[in-house]
Design a binder for this molecule. Structure first.
Ligand SMILES: [Zn+2]
Length: 246
């Protein structure tokens, strides 16, 4: 059976002499497909089956795996390939969504989010340190890990002074209530506003906020901690991302 779908190449692994096994995020989920001969420069599949290509794929369902019949590239995200930090972050995002393994409507939303993130990264419209927590927190939210950020979970205070985002419970506590629980405040006002924005904003406005470097550091640390609690798996690509940030 043949099917046509848009899809983003999350992984392209060499196999045989010149073939690639692709992991492709489509609007209905992640599929594996082999692109025969695609490593040859003159092969008709070559330009549309590389890492982070967003292409229209015509897939044929084989016995064990899909085969790529046709592929027409729509977006390449060149800027991602030009810089090692960009590449490291894109690879981390790809491993992240592979781990979440979305299906159905969630897959379409995760695909939109990742395409958007790669666009901002590739066009250098936002720094990697900005894109990373936006991507992580939004992807977790789409996957059902919705943090409770409306107000302090104990006293309902919603603004004023530092707050603590408790990654273990996904709840927010004001500094006073946090102290009673033996927790330390880890978010200033701007970092909390950013977390709320990332969690609750519409798709089109997701990247449309600004934040100072100190607050961004708070945001990045809090979100990365939340990732560790939500996703019970160490990411090799995250280690790589941190290792190239020097
Ligand atoms: Zn409180």
């Amino acid at each position: 059976m043949q099917t046509t779908t848009m899809g983003l190449v999350l992984r392209a692994t060499k196999t045989g002499e010149a073939d690639r096994v692709l992991s492709v995020l489509t609007p209905s989920g992640i599929v594996s497909a082999i692109a025969k001969g695609s490593l040859r420069l003159k092969n008709r599949l070559h330009s549309a089956t590389g890492l982070f290509c967003y292409s229209e794929f015509t897939l044929f369902e084989g016995k064990t795996m899909f085969m790529v019949d046709e592929a027409e590239v729509r977006e390449v995200f060149w800027g991602v390939h030009e810089d090692v930090v960009n590449m490291a972050l894109a690879m981390y995002c790809a491993e992240f969504v592979s781990t979440l393994s979305p299906t159905g409507d969630e897959a379409a939303a995760q695909l939109r989010l990742l395409l958007n993130s790669l666009y901002y990264l590739s066009e250098k419209k936002r720094a990697p340190a900005f894109i990373k927590p936006v991507y992580e927190l939004r992807a977790l939210t789409l996957a059902g890990f919705l943090p409770g950020l409306v107000a302090c979970a104990d006293c309902v205070k919603y603004e004023g002074g530092p707050f603590c985002f408790d990654a273990a419970t996904g709840l927010l506590f004001c500094a006073e209530c946090a102290a009673k629980r033996g927790l330390a405040a880890n978010l200033d006002a701007a970092a909390l506003a950013a977390m709320r924005h990332i969690t609750y904003s519409e798709d089109e406005k997701l990247f449309g906020f600004s934040i100072g470097p100190e607050s961004l550091a708070h945001l990045g640390a809090a979100v990365e901690q939340y990732v560790r609690y939500c996703v019970d798996k160490p990411f090799k690509t995250l280690e790589f991302y941190h290792s190239v940030l020097v």
